[in-house]
Each structure stands twice: as structure tokens, then as C-alpha cells.
Design a protein around this ligand. Sequence first.
Ligand code: ARG
Length: 590
Amino acid sequence: DNPASVKRQLAQLFDISLRATVPDETDVVPLVDACTVKGGVKFGDYQCNNAMGIWSKIKGKQTGFRGPPAIGQAIANNLPASEMIDSCSVAGPGFVNVVLSKKWIAQSVQRMLVDGIDAWAPQLPVKRVLVDFSSPNIAKEMHVGHLRSTIIGDTLARMFEFSHVECVIRRNHVGDWGTQFGMLIAYLFENFPNPEDVSVAAIGDLQAFYKASKVRFDSDPEFKLRAQQAVVQLQSGETAYRKAWKQICDVSRAEFDKVYQRLGVQLEEMGESFYNPYIPGVLDKLGNLGLIEESDGARVIFVEGVNIPLIAVKRDGGYNYSTTDLASLWYRLNEEKLEWIVYVTDIGQQQHFDMLFKAFRRAGWLPRDENAFPKCTHIGFGLVLGEDGKRFRSRSSEVVRLVDLLDEAKRRCKTSILERDAAKDWSEEEIEKTSEAIGYGAVKYADLKINRLTNYTFNFDQMLNDKGNTAVYLLYAHARICSIIRKSGRDIEEIRRNGKIVLDHEEERALGLHLLQFPEVFEEACTNLLPNVLCEYLYNLAEIFTKKFYANCQVVGSPEETSRLLLCEATATVMRQCFYLLGIEPVYKI
Ligand code: ARG
């Protein structure tokens, strides 16, 4: 719920009106939405669409209403007086259109400038949320799929943080356990008989190391045997093996951290290995509840509506990805007492999570009602594609290294910054910082602006275009607003306190209204955990500011200078909040 949302405030008023209009229809809830332009005209700012629905419910009854328009008229008449509303009219088959008062819009925007944008954040009904994201696998490549998970997961965590959730855990469920470690450890011992010699630098490129050990594994039966024994020794906790495992993990972690640092993403690592000691206990509990059965030599859990079972223990008695997720979800619910657990992975894992959650429901460990708390949500996303429409790969058809990708984005931005006249007197540091903000921001935005469920094509030229719907365009628009304020020479803090917003010009009003819609758009983005909703809002804000407001309303030197500077400041504030939520570093100068 977000008390700052215009839509909600109007819904409350319409609720009063509906109670008075049809007192017997107690289950009618107000349907209020922002008006869209139809055939070039907009009948109001918001619309109440209840009349037709009510008519179909009551037409058989003796009510005195003769059709939807009459109901609409009654809804309009019964609407309580409010400083929010300027006028109200009924159109077509009973749509009730509301025109907001421009004075109220101005005051609301102004209040945000004084109270801070936090006043526009909703209050989610949960205290403890965990976002499981990024989660690459040790020694294997951190690929573009993990980049998507990292970017989307970070934004979701930011959305929860902004929504006053007391505790938001950003969990990196790294794949640091599994049979590949036997091979890696055997190879490590072969190359470094003296464990003292092992270091991050000595192992070097872990991917090359992985490949070389795989070659040994596939070609030398004796090595293979040693690798298999190493897995057993590692799992039984033998010191030398644990140590080797840790060293390999450290090398990988250092690689991952480089990416996180560049992207400005915080994560708390708790890998698969952490849950290993909990596995037997959780399997016992599931067994006692009668959930685990024997199938083809494996121990499995069948769930509703899926024809394959979730494998809890493999035929050879080993544990797998699902086993760990059973234990980790149990831990998250019982030890960490989380109310909402959000998993961010590609849609390919949808079935895995569907089965996991259903197994927990069968066990009575999650409520039957999927929307009740504690709840689990799988946030799936589509593939990252290359120009050829196939899975994104580098020329040598290997997976693309994320660090290289980010370097390239930064390099291209730096080149175009250096071509700009305005950047002539910038310091080296300013150039570096701006290239990073724009380059990394562009990569993030290109990903976030697309509905996460669809695939997206990775294209540097497109994401770095300064005219389209890109972070480059948005960051420049923000910087331009900041420079308008700077050039005015006025003290913006003083204006914030003592100035007044007036929305007499049509385009001033349109901008004010769009600003005021941030709370409801944010709420919508939260409901379905869709960051693209926020991107669309941000892009429209930049467009309304630039093409409508700024193109028609002179700011500096006009009689309305103070009010218009406040509108500039409010726009920049809301844009920065959007950037913050999307993990994009703002730019103040261009
Ligand atoms: N490591 C997995 C992968 O790379 C993602 C893990 C997601 N989290 C989880 N709890 N299963 O695909």
C-alpha cells in the first residue's frame, strides 16, 4: 500500500461514493486508472470504470437505475468534495472522468521536495525478504545469464529496500559444491605438490585451469580415479582437501568480485556448500512426512501437476542441485525466518523452482495459498542473444567474459566523451568516472528496460545511442536539467524552502502530473517485480520534460523562473530515484 499514490487516494474517494451509490453491493471495489489518450483527446486525468460492472450485477433488481450512464452520473454526484479534484464528468457508457486540481498537483510535488522522495515509497507488508541472485558457479564461467540475474536481482533488492522492508538479504548462492571439485583438486595437487605454493596468482586463469583439468580427467583413467576419491575426501571433510577447495573458491571469488565492484552490486555469499550439513536432517523430515519415494533407484518427491519428480537423492546416493535447494529453502524459512524469498534465474529453471515450492507446500512448510506469506517467488528471465539471434557468444564461440564486456562498454563511452567539446576541461578522473557511469549504466538499462521474460539482443551500438531509449539519453537529460539549475545562479535549497510551484501552463501541469504518478508506477513495478515498468516511466519523464515542458516553457530569466526551477529540481530528484533503483550512477555534467 502506498498512501502517496494518486490512484489510491482517488480510489478511497470513489469507495465512499460507491457505498452511497449502491449500498447493497458491498463487494464492489473501485476500479480507478489513469486516463489514456483516445483519438487525440483525454477526458480527464483519472477514470473510474465501475458503472458497467455494477449495471450487469443489478440490472435484474429494482434499483431505479436505467443503465450504466445513470450509474456513472450517480457515482460522480456522490463523490465527496476534495481539494484533489477540480471537476468530474461522465462520458460514454458511464466512465467517470476526474480532472485533478492543478493547485493540488503543485502542492503535492512541492511536498515531496520538502519531505524527500522517501515519502513516496510504499510500505510492503513484510519485514524480512531475501533475494537470491547472481549465484554463479565456481570455476565455471560467470556468463551473461549471470549478468542478467545480477542486474535484475540488484534492482529488485533496491526496490525492496526503498519500500521500507526492514531486512533485505542479497544472497549469492554460488555453486561451490559438486563433483567438479574432485577433478579440480586432483589437478591442483598434481601441479602444486607443495600446498604452500598455491595462491591466487599461481592458479591464474581458473577457466583455463578448469579446462586443463577436464582434459586430464577425460584422458587419464588413473587421474579420473584420483578425482573421484578427492570428492569423497572433500565431502568427509579432510583438511588438505578442504583447504584446496577453499583456495579454488577464493580464486573464483576474486574474479566475481571484480564484476560486482564495477557494477556497484552488493552481495552476501552463502554458497551451496553451506547447506551440506543440513541435508540429512531435511531429508529425514521430508521422509517422515511420507514425501520421499523410491523411483529407479533414486529417492524422489512427486508434486502436483508435474509428471517428473524432484530428485532428492541420486541413484548413486549423491546429492544434487535440488537436494541443496531443499536444504537451503528449509534453512531460509526456519533459521533465517524469511517471509519472502525471491529467486532470480533464467526461465529454464522455472520447473525446478515450481517443483521445489510445490514440495514445500506438500510438506506443509509453505502455505497452500501461493500469495500468502511466507512465500517464494521465482523471477525468471529470457536469454541474452547475439546479433545472429543465437545465444550470445564471443567470436571464438566461447562464453563472453563479463569483465571484457564491461571494459568494452566503458571504452566506447570514453571515446565519445573525448569527442565532446564540453569535456575539454574535464579532469582524467571525471572522464573515467563518467565513462563508467554511462557505460555500465547503459548495459544495465538495456537489460532492465525489456520485460525480463523476453529474450534480448545484446548490441553496443543500440545501447550506447544517445537518442533512443537508452541510459545515455537519460543520463544526459538529467545532466542537462542540472546544468539549467546551475546556470540560473540561484540557490536551489533556498527556493526549495521558500519558492512556490504554479502549474498554469499546460505543459507544466502535464509534467507535474507525471511526477506525481511515480508512487503508483513504482507500486505496479513491485506488484509483478517488473523493473521495465520503472524504465518506461523514467523514459516518459525525460521525454515530457525535454519535448513538452522545456521546449515550451522558458526557465531561466522567465517570470516563472522560481516555480520552473522547482519543477526542474523535482524532475531531477525523481530521475535520480529511478536511476538509484536501477543501479545506475547519475551524471551531473555533460
Ligand atoms: N548456480 C545456479 C546457476 O548458475 C543458480 C543458483 C540459483 N539459486 C538457487 N538457490 N538455486 O544456474
